[in-house]
Design a protein around this ligand. Structure first.
Ligand code: PA5
Length: 478
């Protein structure tokens, strides 16, 4: 009889692995690839970035590093809240945008049935989940057309408590709820926000909404593993404790001082050196529909954290790598042509899954047509793995920098690892680049301009400045 694995053995069998062979000169060629010598040449910078990240853990805007360890009571509250929601509701709707939405979307897609909302309730065993991260009026109407607000809980998520998109959604929904439910409307809203800043916390206290808090040191794009993401995940039945354990497991790996043993640091170093060689595009290409929105989440994390005009010394640097999302194998039939034969301006990250959660056999047929029949007897699992290996091979043959991150399977533990790995990679890379990883003046500029255009008090100066901008010429509109 086979011996049952201990928890530690199982966790080790689920370790997320980074394979960067195809970033190295030995494999991708000397023109594009790197050597260990090049890594060693920046050892001082690497050590300094490592020391800064370790020194700042848990303080300032690096509160996210402690989320795997300091949320015992928060998790208990979330699980109890989720249990009540599951009992009483058919739908759970997240109202949020950016970091307050992309994590919940990515984790839902990764860890729930890919057609969760379409499953009958008896199979779903959890409410339907909708994450509304836009203010397209048609989308809002479409949501209202398919949900019964009487059987819906809305989770309004905004750290600043003032984002126009989220607050306008809140106003619309609360008005509808009050008209439909009167005094009971407040029981259908949960506010997830800062405990001490912004308007939402004031509103929540006045109205008596259930509230969950986003810690001060956790910025939007680093917030998936706090109440921002954990409540929605728990409502749809995801094991949030396992996700946090996965994050802690990866954290331990990313504490290795030797950069060659530290997956977060080696990924950061590779991208940093690649940027220096003009690779201004970071492609994230999962070979799994379940990981499709991980690429969206990554794009925000990477783009918003590292795309900066100034460095920490105030120099104008205009740095960053443009993140691009792709999906294997779908994009083999569109973007891969460009990746393989286009400019040498990209680093391609492939996300691979060793074991998919199901096996689908390719049925027998077309006996007289060998060019189709060769597929018979194989599985879709073999086909997608073969296509991934083929892409990796083709990219490497074309001297295009690429690497692969392997998930033994997609589960809460490996997803926790993956999220934390990308967060650590971003933190290390930000230090290497000497920029502020945690601010977003560009995003805030856009928010302020919206406030000005819609007449928010205090933004009159900005409105006047915008009104004074040169008017568009009809000649350039055809
Ligand atoms: O990463 C960030 O800080 C931003 O993308 C925010 O998440 C986004 O702008 C939404 O902000 P808020 O949660 O304050 O509504």
């Amino acid at each position: 009889m086979e011996k049952k694995m201990s928890k530690r053995e199982w966790q080790n069998s689920m370790k997320v692995r980074v394979d960067y062979n195809n970033m190295m000169a030995e494999f991708v060629g000397a023109k594009e690839g790197f050597t260990v010598k090049e890594f060693d040449a920046i050892k001082g910078e690497i050590n300094s970035a490592y020391d800064k990240v370790q020194a700042n853990r848990g303080s300032g805007m690096m509160g996210w590093t402690e989320l795997p360890y300091n949320q015992k009571e928060v998790v208990a509250d979330i699980l109890a809240t989720a249990k009540d929601i599951k009992k009483s509701c058919d739908n759970f709707v997240v109202l949020g945008i950016g970091g307050s939405a992309l994590g919940p979307i990515a984790v839902f897609q990764a860890l729930c049935h890919l057609r969760h909302n379409e499953l009958p309730k008896s199979k779903r065993k959890a409410p339907k989940l909708y994450v509304e991260d836009n203010v397209d009026p048609e989308r809002m109407q479409a949501l209202l057309d398919v949900i019964d607000v009487n059987k819906t809980v809305f989770n309004v998520i905004t750290k600043s408590g003032s984002t126009s998109e989220t607050m306008s959604q809140y106003l619309i929904i609360y008005d509808i709820l009050k008209k439909a439910l009167g005094d009971k409307a407040k029981d259908h809203i949960i506010a997830t926000t800062s405990s001490n800043k912004g308007n939402l916390i004031k509103i929540a206290k006045e109205e008596g909404f259930k509230t969950l808090y986003i810690p001060d040191g956790v910025g939007g794009r680093f917030s998936e593993m706090c109440p921002v993401g954990l409540l929605a995940a728990a409502v749809v039945g995801i094991d949030i404790k396992a996700m946090l354990e996965g994050a802690a497991y990866m954290d331990k790996l990313c504490k290795a001082k030797d950069y060659k043993k530290n997956p977060g640091m080696i990924l950061a170093v590779l991208q940093y050196l690649a940027m220096k060689k003009g690779k201004n595009i970071s492609v994230m290409m999962p070979y799994a529909d379940s990981l499709k929105y991980m690429a969206d989440w990554y794009c925000q994390l990477w783009g918003e954290s590292l795309g900066k005009a100034l460095d920490l010394d105030g120099n104008i640097v205009n740095v960053g790598q443009t993140p691009v999302k792709a999906l294997g194998v779908t994009d083999q039939h569109s973007q891969v042509q460009l990746y393989r034969e286009g400019p040498f301006d990209k680093v391609i990250t492939i996300l691979a899954v060793d074991n998919y959660r199901t096996t689908v056999e390719i049925a027998k047929g077309c006996d007289n047509i060998p060019d189709v029949n060769f597929l018979c007897g194989h599985t879709m699992n073999e086909l997608i793995q073969a296509e991934r290996s083929a892409t990796e091979y083709a990219l490497t043959q074309a001297e295009k920098l690429n690497h692969t991150i392997y998930l033994p399977e997609v589960n809460a533990f490996t997803i926790g690892q993956l999220l934390f790995l990308f967060e650590m990679k971003t933190a290390f890379c930000g230090e290497l680049m000497n920029i502020n990883t945690y601010d977003q003046p560009g995003v805030e500029g856009g928010k302020n301009a919206t406030y000005a255009l819609l007449g928010r008090k205090g933004y009159e100066g900005q409105k006047a400045e915008m009104d004074a901008a040169p008017a568009k010429k009809d000649a350039f509109i055809i």
